[in-house]
Design a binder for this molecule. Structure first.
Ligand SMILES: [Zn+2]
Length: 373
């Protein structure tokens, strides 16, 4: 009897403690809500846009949004049944965004060519993925991997990249460095035929062999040639690399140029632009994000880049826009930028809108067009 009483009392006491705890938790939740502790979980990321329609007989070059606020590169190229992917940034989570995007166009599950320009996370993370985001190397059958000839990276993402890459090679992928391609060594080629009249050409620049002061200058550079039309990709190559690229190649006029290093002030130098005189320039970045700098003039795409490029064209497109740096919220700027060409004429169609960079609200507030410094 005495025992029963004690138990009853204990239960009563326990109930009281629980009620106090619940009240405390509710109070804490209210304070947390007020202070914005849960904003991270509540913020909505933009929904992916419907795919841009591409004819089966045209070459299409897609500059992809990456499913996160962070700047990075991923360019998907398709002609007929041949699929090429240059880089897969920006973070491991991008693997799903990039993979889902490719699957809308690539119906046979095979990427014939994959190029990893250099060993930075914002270019290779999506090849790797993580436990919930299947990496590109794992998700697709890979034909040929062409990668940087040099790196000084010891990062975890690079180590994971090597592991996933080697597994792809064990499953049958061919692996070459850009230098092996340029030198046509060990079975590698300098020029790969993608389709009738369309080729992928690996270009030379001296940092395939010499030490560079920045990892960016190890970037693989390549050209897609479609008849007399040329489309240039330089990864994150900076001014020293651009100088070498210009001096060691007879670069033609380029209809399309992927802005080097996300529209950084150290790339897209006049040395390069005056050779290629680009008509369309696509920038893969999250415009205005303070990921790398809080100096407004130097956030991507930088004022210097805008000034340099404005001498040649106003057809400049940008993938994403930072709408809230503090909470790392992004929105599409042009969105996925799709350049399409059957050879003679080309068009640019974007998933969000086709507004030129200089006509965007962000540009009007942060940049000047045609300014000389
Ligand atoms: Zn980069």
């Amino acid at each position: 009897m005495a025992n029963k009483k004690r138990t009853k009392k204990a239960v009563k006491k326990k109930g009281g403690v629980l009620a106090v705890l619940a009240a405390l938790l509710a109070g804490l939740f209210g304070v947390g809500w007020y202070l914005g502790w849960f904003d991270e979980f509540l913020k909505e990321e933009p929904e992916p846009a419907p795919p841009v329609v591409v004819d089966t007989d045209e070459l299409s070059i897609h500059f992809l949004e990456l499913g996160c606020w962070y700047t990075g590169d991923s360019t998907y190229i398709k002609i007929g049944d041949t699929d090429v992917l240059i880089d897969a940034g920006a973070k491991r989570v991008s693997a799903t965004t990039v993979g889902d995007y490719i699957e809308q166009y690539c119906t046979d599950g095979k990427l014939e060519y994959v190029i990893a320009t250099h060993a930075h996370e914002d270019h290779i993370a999506g090849f790797v993925g993580d436990s919930t985001h299947q990496g590109i190397f794992d998700r697709f059958e890979i034909g040929t991997i062409i990668e940087f000839a040099q790196t000084e990276s010891t990062s975890k993402i690079y180590q994971d990249y090597v592991k996933e890459r080697d597994e792809a090679v064990a499953r049958g992928a061919q692996l070459y460095t850009a230098l092996q391609c340029y030198d046509k060594k060990d079975g590698a080629q300098r020029i790969y035929q993608l389709a009738e009249g369309v080729e992928l050409e690996i270009l030379y620049q001296k940092y395939y062999e010499e030490d560079a002061s920045t990892e960016n200058n190890y970037s693989v550079c390549c050209m897609i040639n479609q008849g007399n039309n040329h489309y240039l990709f330089t990864g994150d190559l900076e001014s020293d690399g651009e100088k070498s690229l210009v001096e060691t190649n007879n670069l033609p006029h380029c209809v399309l140029y992927k802005a080097g290093h996300h529209g950084s002030k150290t790339s897209s130098t006049d040395k390069l632009l005056s050779e290629i005189t680009p008509e369309v320039v696509c920038v893969c970045c999250c415009a205005g994000s303070d990921e790398y700098t809080t100096n407004d003039q130097n956030t991507f795409p930088t004022q210097t880049f805008c000034t340099n490029v404005s001498a040649y064209t106003d057809k400049v497109y940008v993938t994403s826009l930072s709408v809230d740096n503090e909470n790392k919220v992004y929105a599409p700027m042009n969105g996925n930028i799709v350049f399409k060409s059957k050879g003679s004429t080309y068009s640019v169609v974007c998933s969000n809108n086709d507004t030129l960079l200089k006509d965007t609200e962000w540009f009007k507030q942060h940049r000047v067009w045609g300014e000389t410094d």
